[in-house]
Design a protein around this ligand. Sequence first.
Ligand code: AHR
Length: 345
Amino acid sequence: MKIAIKFILTGLTLLLIAQGCAPQPTMAPTAAPAMLTSALATPSTSPATPRPKKTYQNLVVGFSQIGAESEWRTADTISIKQEAARLGVDLIFMDAQQEQENQILAIRTFIAEKVDVIGISAVVETGWGDIFKEAKAAGIPVIFVDRLADIPTDDYVTYLGSDFLEEGRKAARVMATLTNGNANIIELEGTIDSAPAVDRSIGFREILKGYPNMKIIDSESGDFTRARGLEVMRTILQEHGKNITAVFAQNDDMGLGAIQAIQEYGLKPGVDIKIVSVDAEKEAFQAMIAGTLNATVECNPLLGPTFFELALKVANGETVPKRVPSAESIFFPDNAATILLTRKY
Ligand code: AHR
């Protein structure tokens, strides 16, 4: 069965590649149980299914990943693939290379393949049309992982991921402490219309309302990549120069790019310009140890174990929470060296 599915998928994929628009699929055979670490909010029931009870060994899961724009994303992909391999789940993994169109094609492929569950991290919030209704009509439950789309709640079963609004709020509170409530801030925004970019911006501004002397003097998208963070920050420095006293980078990769741009400009990141970013990747800890980054707000990418636990439950028609949040912290330079030893991404 698995072999047959893979052959059909290969045919479909070749057709899509011939059309010049295929996402990149990889598949992992796999094996064992994970744990549903946390649960919140309204319970949701997955669509009733007459199928015989599923186990990890006969579960087929289609997963549409955004791409590989950051170290965070790479860690997320590894977590999903490794857990599928460990459990024995038949994972059809498609890399959308940052394109929404590729994610829509991937979902259509998963529907055609009659997978048991679809997992997706939505590159942007809007513009999905009826694709999730199509999955629902086909009786395939959809689980959002990391990023949710702006669609009716009835069109998906559950959403596993971070509280991006709270991450923005945390970053602003830390920034207020670092700058004593006086700052000219540059915001390096993530991918436009993506859930983390939208919500981190809102959360950050919400807290800033209580600090009249903290102002965002410029906000530009660095698309969650280091290369764009560097490029955008170079341009911003040319315009605002020493007037800048703080940077809120909506992820570590853009923050690391900004650090390089600030050094090139002749200022000291972390000292002349306070920097707070999001994700808590290993390189952010190294930057804190070097004194160039002042804090990083954690966003947990290690979602594979909880995702497959949810996937098996919904495939068997079990009730799962509508929202499954990740447990997250904030990290500072004072104990960065110790904590770095325990970081997995
Ligand atoms: O959706 C999570 C965000 O996406 C991470 O903060 C960022 O690094 C990634 O690209």
